[in-house]
Design a protein around this ligand. Structure first.
Ligand SMILES: [Zn+2]
Length: 301
């Protein structure tokens, strides 16, 4: 079990919030008010991420998800925009069929599309994003409860460069250690959709094996970042701090390159009790301000 949230696999008993749920169980028995409340918070997270001036995502880029703690999760529907997300743009999906498919070596495009439709709790919901598969991996193996995926300009300028994710493997200032964790997980470029989700799942398992905990930040080279949060606030904070970190790195490369903190300094920040307190505060559920839905491009003028 990860030190950050619980974990589970497709074929075992899931434990979450002290509740045991077995794959293949019936779903929809949770208090639907809870799912509605989680959905509202997810809309808030999404619109925060979609704010244009933050440079994290444009058009249909990026997606968000959250665990409903009853064997289902909410994920952004295919084609919807982070900035303009409404509750109706969230699809509620069962973990079991998605995780079941993820354990397989090869899956056809037709099976992926079929399973995405078949995993819907309510057939009337919009089709979930094809990145639903890596969200399921992050919400289980990744120990996350809230997931934010963005294509931030500042981060991708580095992840799409000749250096790839390497500049993020050292630290240059303390806050990134506190908020984004001591070491990010990294996945090289993989075809988006099912193959990428398989690579993310493998990296989350490797990370846990090596670090004995789940990552807070996962970087996908030539693609973008995933924030793994225990709360919506934390998923937002990880994303914003990673984008700031990337912007600072750009500046350092213009001035002779980053001056990385020593391993001793990084370890010290990572283990300080006051920094643990900050992490705990971020991970606790709390209100996320829900910005106004951004106007459609067609609303202009
Ligand atoms: Zn993406």
């Amino acid at each position: 079990m990860s030190s950050r949230g619980e974990s589970r696999t497709a074929d075992d008993t899931l434990t979450h919030g002290g509740v045991e749920i077995t794959a293949g169980r019936s779903v929809g028995t949770m208090n639907d008010d809870t799912a509605v409340a989680i959905g509202e918070r997810l809309v808030g997270l999404s619109r925060n991420l979609g704010q244009e001036q933050r440079g994290l995502a444009i058009l249909g880029e990026g997606n968000v998800s959250a665990d409903c703690f009853d064997g289902t999760f909410l994920v952004k529907a295919s084609g919807s925009s982070l900035a303009r997300l409404e509750a109706g743009d969230l699809s509620r999906v069962r973990f079991a069929p998605i995780l079941g498919l993820l354990e397989r070596e090869t899956v056809s495009d037709e099976e992926v599309q079929h399973e995405l439709g078949a995993s819907l709790v309510e057939a009337g919901h919009k089709k979930p994003s094809v990145e639903t598969f890596f969200h399921a991996a992050c919400l289980t193996e990744g120990g996350a409860r809230w997931v934010a995926h963005t294509h931030a300009v500042a981060i991708n300028q580095i992840l799409c460069s000749a250096r790839g994710a390497q500049p993020f493997l050292g630290h240059i200032f303390p806050d990134a250690i506190v908020v984004c964790g001591k070491v990010p997980a990294v996945v090289p470029y993989v075809d988006p959709g099912f193959p990428l989700a398989s690579a993310v799942l493998a990296e989350l398992r490797r990370y846990r094996e090596v670090h004995d905990q789940s990552p807070r930040l996962l970087l996908m080279e030539n693609h973008g970042a995933i924030a793994l949060g225990q709360s919506a606030r934390e998923a937002l904070a990880i994303t914003l701090m990673a984008a700031k970190w990337a912007t600072l790195l750009h500046g350092t490369y213009a001035l002779g390159g980053p001056r990385f903190l020593s391993a001793v300094d990084v370890e010290r920040i990572d283990s300080r009790s006051d920094e643990h307190y900050r992490r705990r505060a971020l991970s606790q559920d709390g209100p996320v301000e829900t910005p106004q839905r951004a106007a459609d491009a067609s609303d202009d003028g």
